[in-house]
Design a protein around this ligand. Sequence first.
Ligand code: UDP
Ligand code: MG
Length: 320
Amino acid sequence: MPEKLKVSIVIPVYNEAGVIEHTHKDLAAAIDVLPYDFSVYYVDDGSADGTAADLQAIAERDARVRLLFFSRNFGHQAALTAGLDHANGDVIISMDADGQHPPEMLAQMIELVSQGYDIVQAQRIEADSSLSFKKVTSTAFYSLLNRISGTHVSPGAADFRALSRQALDALKAMPEYHRFLRGMIAWMGYKSVILPYHEPRRLAGQSKYSLGKMLRLASDAIFSFSLMPLYIGLSVGGVFLILALAQIVYVLLLWLSGQYDRIVPGWSSLMAVMLIASGIIMILLGFIGVYVGYIFQQVKGRPVYLLRSPEKRGPGDKSV
Ligand code: UDP
Ligand code: MG
């Protein structure tokens, strides 16, 4: 009998008690009927509710489940990274724990990778045209990012995708501390295909992406994928130099033509120029500061996440 294709599924989980059981039931129903050798990696990203216990109960019932526990909340991208580091499949799929990534799509995603695609990216299609804070900010963010960085990341392309072993090995060789996986994967190239899908609502609970977490992801994306903020500094500096030069020429011309009475400088215009110029300088120094900070965190070489051993270690323990 030919060996079955090994498929790893990586699912980051943060405070999803009460949701994760449903998610796993739906996932199990979808993969039970597929002819592959599955492992499901749940990464508990330092949950503070009953998620860890729920996961252990799931692992006790289902032999395909492997568990990883973080020592604290390191964030979605770190949790994905941990799962991808441990996954040993020929096809590796990442998806969310809240039921928003339909497991019915897995069959087609795996099929496409076995046909030779390295990256199968699921892309959300917006069904309703209503505006929400999340939708507006995410659209604005992706159009900015795509304008200022050399890597194109599709809006609506979340962390729901299948990778071939080749693509995953390439990704694992990227040791950056600030991780924006969608961008890193788009940067890699490889043979890719996009699979559109309608995103269902969360099974239960609230989004675990707080505003702070969204801002951190946006900052990781912009400052690690673009040097544009630094170029803004250069061009604004250039414009200010040209303005200064024009002013010197203007004053010199007035002086040469003997119009001394018009040279008395206005206090308000002077203050305005000073305040604007110093404001711009401070913003640009801030941009440089962020890059220096990112470099500092990278050179420290700290791990992206830390694992802890699970609370209870028994014969049924499935943690890896
Ligand atoms: N998540 C995580 N760590 C975090 C925040 C979220 O592992 O710090 C997980 C969460 O449990 C879910 C996925 O990341 O499986 C996506 O989060 P969520 O559904 O809350 O984001 P949204 O769909 O609202 O963008
Ligand atoms: Mg979600």
